[in-house]
Design a protein around this ligand. Structure first.
Ligand SMILES: NC(=O)c1ccc[n+]([C@@H]2O[C@H](COP(=O)([O-])OP(=O)(O)OC[C@H]3O[C@@H](n4cnc5c(N)ncnc54)[C@H](OP(=O)(O)O)[C@@H]3O)[C@@H](O)[C@H]2O)c1
Length: 414
């Protein structure tokens, strides 16, 4: 590794001075003395790459530190640690790969980059003998990555369930508690700064899915391919579904589920899910604190010797479960003609595919007078593939109007 001879001052190249980068810069300045005392080295940012030098910033950064060329950081022999906080998967990939080839430790908060190209990057890290730290990529402020890498290394992880996107959680909570429509809840989240102007990555479910890929890969020792992950967004959740869910004792969350079955097949999915009301699973500074804790790790490596690359593949698992084979309970809401015999027709379609109904509601106070009504079914364990086939057939029934609304149900009991 370069520049390890005098590690009392550790020079850092910071790429990106946006929400997170500015927080890292500010908090490193603010806590310089404390960090120095704790780790026995001074973390000093000596170069900062941005896209636009003229952009007004909330923090003061000496002009001589700034550059628009990230290569100046990577090519500087006096910098042994590069922090990537520019986001995206193209320039960020180029930069991280170049930094690893130059044997520099990388710290990143970029979940999209790791989810898409983690396999290649960790292979490079292994080849060049330098680690990538990425605590900030998932659940800023909570050391979940380190826990999976080290704390639980001797454990077999059966499953992980979690709500790992704050924007979607805010939107769904406001829909549930204030009765807002999806569009109004999203608008409010944007107004309050909880959602980006372009919220696509969040509301599509992909931000949470990127994090789930990272957690699953660490848990099961092989890098989960993105195309094996099932992802659904929150935009199709309606207030009506919240009303029915609540009657049934559930609420709706964007839940990420990671689970290995007894044959070692791993499923990773993120989707709006009914979870029991009694089991509601519980920005800048938390994320920057994760980056800074990674920088302290980097300092320890520079001073005391190398550790693992950040992700070590092992052969215990290795296969993703085909998504159509994943099994769960389902909630299904149909808009149907208000005539006798409808339930029997729907039950027949489900029964032909071996799918059983565990309960049914058709509340009168939620009906209207248009001759149609809602039929809500709770469904026993069903394969996704069978559910899809049943839904296609249900849509063909003359008594069924419009698109069915359906979601998985997780009891969260192991
Ligand atoms: N925001 C969060 O709460 C959060 C939480 C966890 C993880 N993350 C991750 O952290 C990363 C950064 O997020 P952010 O919210 O801080 O992003 P951001 O506010 O959009 O900031 C991006 C920064 O990167 C700079 N930049 C962009 N392209 C560049 C290039 N080609 N060369 C040099 N600099 C470039 C921008 O420069 P200018 O300032 O000149 O435009 C800006 O300072 C992302 O990967 C994100 O997923 C964010």
């Amino acid at each position: 590794m370069s520049n390890v001879s005098s590690p009392r001052v550790i020079n850092i190249g910071l790429a990106g001075l946006g929400n997170v980068g500015a927080g890292v810069f500010k908090n490193l300045e603010k806590n310089r003395a404390l960090i120095s005392q704790r780790i026995g080295a001074e973390l000093r940012i000596t170069r900062v790459a941005v896209r636009d030098l003229a952009r007004p910033r909330d923090i003061e950064v000496p002009n001589e530190l700034l550059t628009t060329d990230w290569r100046e950081l990577v090519n500087d022999p006096a910098i042994p640690v590069i922090v990537e906080l520019i986001g995206g998967t193209t320039t960020a990939y180029e930069m991280v790969a170049a930094a690893l080839r130059a044997k520099k430790i990388v710290v990143t908060g970029n979940k999209a980059l790791l989810a898409e190209r983690g396999k290649e990057l960790f292979a490079l890290a292994e080849e060049f003998g330098v680690p990538i730290y990425f605590e900030a990529a998932v659940a800023g402020g909570i050391p979940i990555i380190q826990v999976l890498q080290e704390g639980l290394v001797g454990n077999h992880i059966r499953s992980i369930h979690g709500i790992i996107n704050g924007t979607c959680n805010y939107i769904l909570t406001r829909m549930s508690q204030a009765g807002l429509s999806y569009t109004d809840a999203l608008g409010e989240a944007q107004e309050k700064g909880y959602a980006e102007a372009d919220p696509t990555l969040d509301v599509s479910g992909w931000d949470a899915a990127h994090k789930a890929i990272i957690l699953a890969s660490l848990s099961y020792g092989f890098w989960i391919p993105q195309d094996k992950v099932h992802v659904e967004g929150v935009d199709r959740v309606s207030i009506t579904d919240f009303k029915f869910a609540s009657r049934l004792g559930y609420t709706i969350k964007l839940l990420s589920v990671i689970r290995a079955d007894e044959n070692g097949l791993v499923e990773v999915r993120t989707q709006p899910t009914l979870v029991p009301l009694s089991h509601v699973l519980a920005g800048q500074d938390p994320t920057s604190s994760s980056v800074i804790s990674d920088l302290c790790e980097a300092a320890a490596v520079l001073m005391h010797g190398a550790r693992h690359s950040g992700f070590v593949p092992h052969g215990l698992y290795g296969k993703s479960k085909p998504v159509d084979d994943t099994v769960s309970h389902y909630y299904l809401r149909l808009t149907v003609d208000d005539v006798p015999g409808v339930l029997a027709q729907v039950a027949t379609v489900l029964g032909e595919r071996g799918i059983g109904i565990s309960s049914m509601i058709q509340p009168e106070d939620l009906e209207d007078t248009s001759g149609e009504t809602s039929l809500v079914l709770m469904i026993h364990d069903a394969r996704l593939g069978d559910m899809k086939s049943a839904l296609a057939a249900i849509c063909q029934l003359k008594c069924v109007r419009g698109e069915p609304s359906w979601m998985r149900v997780e009891t969260l009991q192991g």
